[in-house]
Design a protein around this ligand. Structure first.
Ligand SMILES: [Fe+2]
Ligand SMILES: [Fe+2]
Length: 248
């Protein structure tokens, strides 16, 4: 089985469409680690595109925000403005779709999906220390997570050694492979489709072939100026517009 794993699309239709074009013919099933909406200018079009793909999906904190399920005073002011804008934009039908999305962890054997981490759907899994607290909860060799918008992840070997996964995708290259040994444990972040924060503005995604036991990390350029122009027209915060080209 070949899974296309998407995370943190954040209402960025140009990034989503580009990723789907790039991945066409290379996957059997789409999985999504949450944050379909928030920040970007196309919440309805992105939800509709996602619905067509019929993915296995879990919610992110931005789905909760768009549905009014979280205290927005906990969001930074710019994220809050975008969340309120998204709440106003959503059609009733798309709001119902978001409501039906369950919280992770979600097992899709032989893997698990979470938004933040196995411990907490809202945890930012940034350093190895946090990852080490999560490995004992793993139910499959590979757990996919999002929320940090940083492509890569963590590995723990049977002998207790552990480390960061740093996909070496230098500018110009667009793919890096990780061979999975089912005896080890992996926490893999496919990166953000719609708002990368790892100093690379290209859309990020992963394809996991569970027969070949290979995770393929990808980056692909998309017409981000189009997304930025739509955000400007929607009067979304300038910082959110700028960060798409900065990739952080
Ligand atoms: Fe996100
Ligand atoms: Fe998130």
């Amino acid at each position: 089985m070949r899974f296309l794993i998407l995370s943190d699309i954040h209402s960025n239709l140009e990034a989503l469409n580009t990723v789907l074009e790039h991945a066409a013919g290379q996957y059997d099933q789409v999985l999504c680690c949450g944050d379909i909406v928030g920040y970007g200018p196309d919440p309805n079009a992105v939800i509709e595109r996602i619905r067509e793909l019929d993915p296995r999906v879990i919610r992110g904190n931005h789905e909760k925000a768009a549905l009014g399920l979280v205290d927005l005073s906990l969001f930074n002011p710019l994220a809050k403005r975008a969340a309120l804008w998204t709440q106003d934009e959503l059609t009733a039908d798309n709001r119902s779709y978001l409501k039906e999305i369950q919280a992770g962890p979600l097992d899709v054997p032989p893997l698990t999906l979470v938004h933040g981490s196995l411990l907490d759907e809202d945890q930012y899994l940034v350093d190895l220390e946090d990852a080490l607290e999560n490995f004992p909860l793993a139910r499959h060799p590979v757990t996919f997570f999002g929320h940090t918008h940083i492509q890569g992840g963590f590995v723990r070997f049977q002998d207790g050694r552990a480390g960061l996964l740093n996909p070496e995708i230098k500018r110009g290259a667009n793919e890096s492979q990780l061979r999975i040994d089912p005896e080890q444990r992996y926490l893999v972040n496919p990166g953000a489709v719609g708002q990368p924060r790892d100093y690379d503005s290209r859309a990020a995604f992963v394809i996991y072939d569970t027969d070949e036991l290979i995770v393929r990390y990808f980056r692909t350029s998309y017409p981000l100026e189009t997304t930025q122009a739509k955000m400007l027209a929607a009067q979304l915060p300038q910082y959110l517009i700028d960060r798409l080209s900065l990739g952080r």
